[in-house]
Design a protein around this ligand. Structure first.
Ligand SMILES: Nc1ncnc2c1ncn2[C@@H]1O[C@H](COP(=O)(O)OP(=O)(O)OP(=O)(O)O)[C@@H](O)[C@H]1O
Length: 244
């Protein structure tokens, strides 16, 4: 019997036959990727495969030359401000915290730019500190003086302030030991399940990322060469790494 459309998980953010690149060179062509509601989809692949470019295109930071982007099944032309307005947060590779500001000030700036003030702002901060309580340990320190892992936590915490329905995370593990990365991912996974958030996680630390992902997609030289679930690898993610 054919699957009923109602049985299929709904799409949150979708790339349909998408082509994009830089200058006159396409990094990928006719890519199809569907981030479902309430899932963590892990996108992995070697350096230069096109993963960050795809994330940037989906958030509207980079144009595309062909295809469509769909948000909740509706065609859109993404722009960062519209995407933020739709409850989508993007955490770029390399953290992007304001180094001269304290963690508290980094959060205040994000709340101010999202036009959140007063008790709403206080509640959002409390909520994020509940998800990532370690932030309290360095709340009044300058972000630029924190370790890589602490800065990553600030960057992700800041992205969570607007209670995103979709989170685009570009290599949050960069510069982190596997244990620190695991410590960062676990509370995010917990809140993702609790709130029903969708996360597109670009990663190279495959083992840790697979532990918290629902599905996995492998990209190689601008093409998607594999789609599956972590259980396909029976805990041996080296099989997955051999693909790229
Ligand atoms: N701003 C840019 N201008 C021109 N080419 C770029 C630019 N950014 C990326 N590229 C090129 O696009 C291709 C894909 O890069 P991209 O950063 O998307 O790959 P990636 O899979 O995210 O790699 P990594 O894992 O190293 O971050 C690479 O060949 C890269 O050199």
């Amino acid at each position: 019997m054919a699957a009923n459309a109602a049985d299929r998980p709904e799409s949150a953010l979708e790339a349909q036959n998408l082509s994009a690149g830089y200058d006159d060179h396409n990094v990928f062509e006719n890519i199809n990727l569907d981030l479902k509601k309430n899932e963590i989809l892990c996108l992995i692949g070697h350096n230069g495969a096109g993963k960050s470019t795809l994330l940037k295109v989906l958030f509207g930071l980079q144009p595309y030359s062909a295809g469509n982007v769909l948000l909740n099944g509706q065609k859109i032309v993404p722009s960062p401000s519209d995407m933020a307005g739709h409850g989508i947060s993007y955490v770029p590779e390399g953290r992007g915290v304001f180094p001269g500001l304290t963690v508290k000030e980094n959060f205040a700036l994000a709340l101010w730019s999202a036009k959140m003030t007063g008790t709403v702002a206080d509640e959002r901060i409390e909520e994020v500190l509940g998800i990532l309580p370690k932030l309290k340990d360095f709340w009044t320190r300058r972000a630029g003086q924190l370790s890589g892992g602490q800065q990553q936590m600030v960057s992700i915490g800041r992205a969570m302030l607007c209670k995103p329905s979709i989170l685009l995370l570009d290599e949050p593990s960069i510069g982190l030991a596997p244990k620190l990365f695991q410590d960062l991912l676990e509370p995010i996974r917990a809140v993702q399940k609790q709130r029903g958030m969708s996360i597109l996680l670009v990663e190279q630390q495959v083992g840790e990322a697979l532990n918290v992902s629902d599905r996995v997609v492998v990209m190689k030289s601008g093409e998607i060469i594999y789609r599956g679930v972590p259980a396909d690898f029976e805990g041996d993610h080296t099989k997955l790494m051999e693909m790229f």
